[in-house]
Design a protein around this ligand. Structure first.
Ligand code: NAD
Ligand code: MLT
Length: 309
């Protein structure tokens, strides 16, 4: 059976697939037209976030049994079209949790202390100690929107900085939040009261533009916001306006509506720190997700069913 790997995958995962006797073809950077051609005769497709598995691609697939996402978000797959055709869409929900949580912490610290801007300034031979005044986390309020795997790990880490954590997640009970030391409240209440806000939801019709101009209008001028989840949960134009007009103090963004975001105002503002979707980019996370997805693919192709679909 043939497996097409259309985004980069750690060697550990590729080895497991090859040693199981499958014909593994790695072909990255394909356009939709190219993928429509290459998907013919393929039994399993392995992707990360780069490949867009559209209805056209799924329509062209003639023996595809599983689309395996080495990572969490399956928003780059037309899951409805796949389900209609009986194709399993599977992900690796745990493998990159800690890396994404740690990157969120790094972004929060960077935006609190202006680290990228100060680094760039010193490298251009300026010594601007007054320009880069930061803020502490101690006794501040953190708002976490989405209290799943990553949100919970982020909350835990910032509690050790002596922060009070407010949370919003319609699928988390008061008891569960209490056990994590988090006070559940509304998105608007978080926006009014938090000094730092971080979003950790999937991108759905309910979370798209969840943080928009109305929410920026009630935030503190000292508030800072982080998005290491999915582009579009925070409305990008409204964020640029809020930061540039001084409605909030800064933002740190890892994910974008369009990637790469070369046309976005987000990469032009000095007060917005950006990284190129690096949340899961650690050696450990990439090995984890590659191994997890390889086992999932083998299980499905051997007729043993999916574990995380
Ligand atoms: P998860 O499924 O464990 O948690 C998501 C949480 O969001 C759940 O608790 C769910 O109840 C909650 N949620 C759903 N709808 C909501 C809504 N309308 N309002 C508030 N909460 C809502 O997922 P996770 O592993 O924690 O991942 C979170 C996000 O991070 C996903 O979007 C994922 O794709 C993204 N992610 C990004 C990177 C990266 O490289 N930047 C890496 C890993 C994951
Ligand atoms: C994910 O959803 O897992 C992330 O976007 C990470 C990735 O695709 O590398």
């Amino acid at each position: 059976m043939k497996i097409l790997v259309s985004d980069s995958l750690s060697e550990e995962g590729l080895t497991i697939l090859r040693e199981s006797g499958f014909d593994v073809v790695v072909d990255t950077g394909l356009s939709e037209d190219q993928l429509v051609e290459k998907i013919k005769g393929v039994d399993a497709l392995v992707i990360r976030s780069g490949t867009q598995v559209t209805a056209r691609v799924i329509e062209a697939a003639d023996q595809l049994k599983i689309i395996g996402r080495a990572g969490v978000g399956v928003d780059n797959v037309d899951t409805e079209a796949a389900t209609k055709k009986g194709i399993i869409v599977s992900n690796t929900p745990d493998g990159n949790t800690l890396s994404a949580a740690e990157h969120t912490c790094a972004m929060m610290m960077a935006v609190a202390r202006n680290i990228p801007q100060a680094c760039a300034s010193l490298k251009s031979e300026k010594w601007e100690r007054n320009k880069f005044m930061g803020v502490e986390f101690n006794k501040k309020v953190l708002g976490v929107i989405g209290l799943g795997r990553i949100g919970a790990e982020v909350a835990k880490r910032f509690q050790s900085f002596n922060m009070t954590v407010l949370g919003y997640d319609p699928f988390v009970s008061e008891e569960r939040a209490k056990s994590m030391g988090i006070t559940l409240t509304t998105v608007e209440d978080i926006c009014r009261n938090a000094d730092f806000i971080t979003v950790h939801t999937p991108l759905t019709k309910d979370t798209k533009n969840l943080i928009n101009a109305d929410m920026f209008n009630v935030m503190k001028p000292t508030a800072r916001i982080v998005n290491c989840a999915r582009g579009g949960i925070i409305n990008e134009e409204d964020l640029v306006e809020a930061v540039n007009s001084g409605k909030i103090a800064g933002a740190a963004i890892d994910v974008f509506v369009e990637e790469p975001p070369f046309a976005s105002g987000l990469i032009k503002s000095d007060k917005i720190i950006v990284t190129p979707h690096l949340g899961a980019s650690t050696v450990e996370a990439q090995v984890n997700v590659a191994i997890d997805i390889a086992h999932e693919i083998i299980s499905v192709l051997n007729g043993e069913g999916a574990k995380s679909a």
